[in-house]
Design a protein around this ligand. Sequence first.
Ligand SMILES: *Cc1c(COP(=O)(O)O)cnc(C)c1O
Length: 221
Amino acid sequence: MTSKLIILQDKIRMAEKAAGRTPRSVALIAVSKVQPCSAIRPVLQAGHRLFGENRLQETAEKWPSLREEFPDIILHLIGPLQTKKTRQAVRLFDVIETLDREKLARQLARIFAEEGLRRDCYIQINVGREPQKAGILPEEAEAFIALCRDELKLPIVGLMCIPPAAEDPAPYFSLLKDMAYKAGLEKLSMGMSGDFEKAIAEGATSVRVGTALFGERVKTG
Ligand SMILES: *Cc1c(COP(=O)(O)O)cnc(C)c1O
């Protein structure tokens, strides 16, 4: 397990170098969905602190106890968020990567005010315009970013995407980078086990990697 972490970190450093990126400018989000605490703990013991989960229930079962052992964990929500679960998400996660609609943006603003706290947010962009996928359509992004930042005063730090599975992801990563640049946003969450090196070449500031670190996930229906 620890050796997989080292190999993955080496690959990220090599991809940074190949792309002429600043050393250590790309963060690894270890995607631990479906993995039990017994698989996550060795990664924590190796010193890694940045993780991604996609389900609230599972996160509530696993992470409070891990946080007691390792208080400096940083947890990103990378899965869909139901509006009615916003308060729970804000309590469980440090960063919300899947802000994908106006109703959720308004609810986040309200919960931040009520709870007296803020969480950095990424706006999820549906770069491939896929009907089954969440995210703001590229042509609607500018107006949505303006709503979130200027009207609702949400701490928007960057953009996130999941490109279409069966295509070369590079043009989609490039599109996300252009959109972030135009909006003056610095962070780009893009790239998974199969394509994180391409994402780094296109400007990713964080990659979300599960399988290459923990092995194949056992499907749970
Ligand atoms: C599961 C997941 C990942 C990790 O995918 P792997 O192919 O296992 O690296 C990344 N991003 C999101 C949004 C995911 O749901």
